[in-house]
Ligand binder design. Structure first.
Ligand code: NAP
Length: 264
């Protein structure tokens, strides 16, 4: 017998009236998800260290969807900058209840030769930066008492080792994000805050579509069971799902969105 008091299913994905903060919102996965959240009804604060106009493009797309946008130039390695970004978000848009942390970098060097500085810089952004972002967001959610939902962008590189890519630091950082996500999910489970991660497979963003990557891209496509890289837009649905009430019983989950890659 259907439960007539149950929520209308499409409404589970509705983000109308919610306030979201997206890091890495000036390019690639963060940019597209930010616009997707606005199309589902959220007002969105857009944080990135880029000053090349990417964030302004995202803001225009958010506003074209009829939602409010706030652009924030900040570096996710600075707790002070993140705290100020969250404060500005709440002052302009209202209580923060959604966060999507996508800021990250990638590079490569053989493990035996990689300079310590290269390792440390990537770790500071990809892993510590996610922790600092989650802390700033969760502190606001705890303080206003409405709880919230946080999604971190990890990678299938946190689960498998990419054949041919010498990126010990990147792979370790993403494994760290997946497990930090579970740890924070458990610490905040009694505070009404859900924390989940998405682990994309090879996705066609500026990180992967540089001209010097053409040969590599072909290999990525051959190695992926679906025979192609993900379009950036294919990360929107998983992000909306995990952030929205549709995932109200999901916390500490890592959702692989990899075209089947990790099955082989
Ligand atoms: P992207 O197009 O380069 O976007 C990442 C954005 O984050 C850029 O605007 C970047 O600015 C910004 N950023 C980097 N470090 C930052 C910092 N310290 N503070 C603030 N912003 C910072 O890359 P993407 O492919 O969309 O990647 C987004 C996330 O998805 C990353 O965490 C990445 O590891 C992950 N991911 C990507 C793939 C893929 O195949 N593309 C697969 C799995 C996971 P700059 O340009 O100045 O660095």
């Amino acid at each position: 017998m259907p439960d007539e008091t149950a929520q209308n299913a499409p409404a589970l994905f509705d983000l109308t009236g919610r306030v979201a903060l997206v890091t890495g919102a000036g390019s690639g996965i963060g940019q597209r998800i930010a616009v997707g959240l606005a199309q589902c009804g959220a007002d969105v604060a857009l944080l990135d260290r880029r000053t090349d106009g990417g964030v302004a493009d995202t803001a225009r797309a958010v506003e074209a969807a009829g939602r409010a946008a706030l652009t924030l130039e900040a570096d996710v390695t600075s707790q002070d900058a993140l705290t100020e970004a969250v404060a500005r978000t709440q002052a302009k848009l209202g209580p923060l209840t959604l966060a999507l942390n996508a800021a990250g970098i990638a590079n490569a060097a053989p493990a035996e030769d990689m300079p310590e500085e290269q390792y440390q810089t990537l770790m500071d952004i990809n892993m510590k930066g996610v922790w600092l972002s989650c802390r700033a967001e969760a502190r606001a959610m705890i303080e206003h008492g409405q709880g919230g939902s946080i999604v971190n962008i990890a990678s299938m590189s946190g689960v498998i080792v990419n054949r041919g890519l010498e990126q010990v630091h990147y792979n370790a950082s993403k494994a760290g994000v997946i497990h930090m996500t579970k740890s924070m999910a458990m610490e905040w489970v009694g505070r009404g805050i859900r924390v989940n991660s998405i682990s994309p497979g090879y996705t066609a963003t500026p990180m992967n579509t540089r001209p010097e990557m053409v040969h590599q891209t072909k290999l990525f496509e051959e190695q992926t069971p679906m025979g192609r890289m993900a379009a950036v837009d294919e990360m929107i649905g998983p992000a909306v799902f995990l952030l929205s009430n549709a995932a109200s019983y999901c916390t500490g989950v890592d959702l692989l969105v990899d075209g089947g890659f990790c099955c082989w």
